[in-house]
Design a protein. Structure first.
Length: 280
């Protein structure tokens, strides 16, 4: 949890960002959340009525701050998406809660921020083609499930085959990688997967989940990417979208390095890369 504050501090300390560029967005509203999640689940989250088993699946106990954090994080991804439509890119310095299903949470995820933002853009901005490019090391199973029968939101997940979640959902495009996959192998698969995803989806906006957990030093990762490899990943995804004129809303998603500063550095690099690519 501490990485988010450190990330903000690190970006501010870099001198590349103006303090005014960091915005605290409004929390997602009940009606925005209700476009994705079923009412009974949202009520149980809000009122603290989740069962012990549901809380264990989510991975932390219920509290009012947990509810507020989940609403805020979804609101931040939505705000980032709106800003991206206006100026090309923007980021939620948290978010990427892709294990949240319509009626349940798991894996540290309560509400699915990208799904909530995608539905809001469809309802409010009239978008009809959206893609979610999920490079977190874990499959975006909640996202895949939410949009399983929906052609308007394309889900692409590139992840470690033998990692959580152990029962995978079917995304529109899944790329499963072996334990220990290296930088070059990863990029080979990513380039092909991204090309196919963009070709099939022809998105008006992309949500990019730039998880820091494919890192070789991640406790929950299983892959073998270096920091340099992760920077190449970000560069490839962001430069490709920029070149095609596709706006991108970033979310940070996972990152659980043995040394928290490694995860923070990887996330910060993602933001710096986006800034650099869109400055060209
Ligand atoms: Zn993850």
């Amino acid at each position: 949890m501490g990485k988010y504050l450190r990330l903000r501090d690190r970006l501010l300390a870099s001198g590349e960002f103006d303090a005014a560029e960091f915005i605290v967005p409004p929390a997602a509203t009940d009606s925005e959340i209700a476009r994705v999640h079923c009412g009974r689940y949202v009520t149980r989250v809000r009122e603290g009525a989740l069962t012990p088993a549901e809380q264990r699946a989510i991975g932390f106990p219920w509290s009012e701050p947990m509810v507020e954090r989940s609403r805020r994080s979804s609101g931040a991804t939505l705000a980032a998406a709106r800003q991206a439509l206006a100026s090309g890119w923007s980021a939620n310095l948290a978010g990427g809660t892709h294990h949240a299903f319509r009626d349940r949470g798991e894996g540290f995820c309560v509400f699915n921020d990208a799904a909530i933002a995608a539905r809001a853009l469809q309802a409010q901005a009239g978008l009809t083609r959206i893609a979610i490019v999920d490079c977190d090391v874990h499959q975006g199973n909640g996202t895949a499930s939410i949009f399983a029968l929906d052609d308007s939101v394309f889900t692409f997940s590139i992840h470690a085959a033998r990692n959580f979640p152990f029962v995978k959902e079917a995304s529109d495009l899944d790329v499963e990688l072996a334990d220990g996959t290296s930088d070059d192998e990863y990029l080979w698969h990513l380039e092909r997967g991204l090309d196919e995803a963009l070709e099939r989806a022809r998105p008006q906006i992309v949500f990019y989940l730039a998880g820091a957990d494919p890192y070789e030093g991640d406790r929950l990762g299983r892959l073998g990417l270096t920091k340099r490899g992760l920077a190449r990943r970000d560069e490839h995804v962001l430069a490709t979208l920029h070149a095609r004129g596709i706006p991108v809303a970033l979310a940070m998603a996972g990152g659980y390095a043995h040394d928290i500063e490694d995860s923070v550095e990887i996330h910060a690099n993602t933001i710096h890369t986006a800034r650099r690519v869109w400055a060209t």
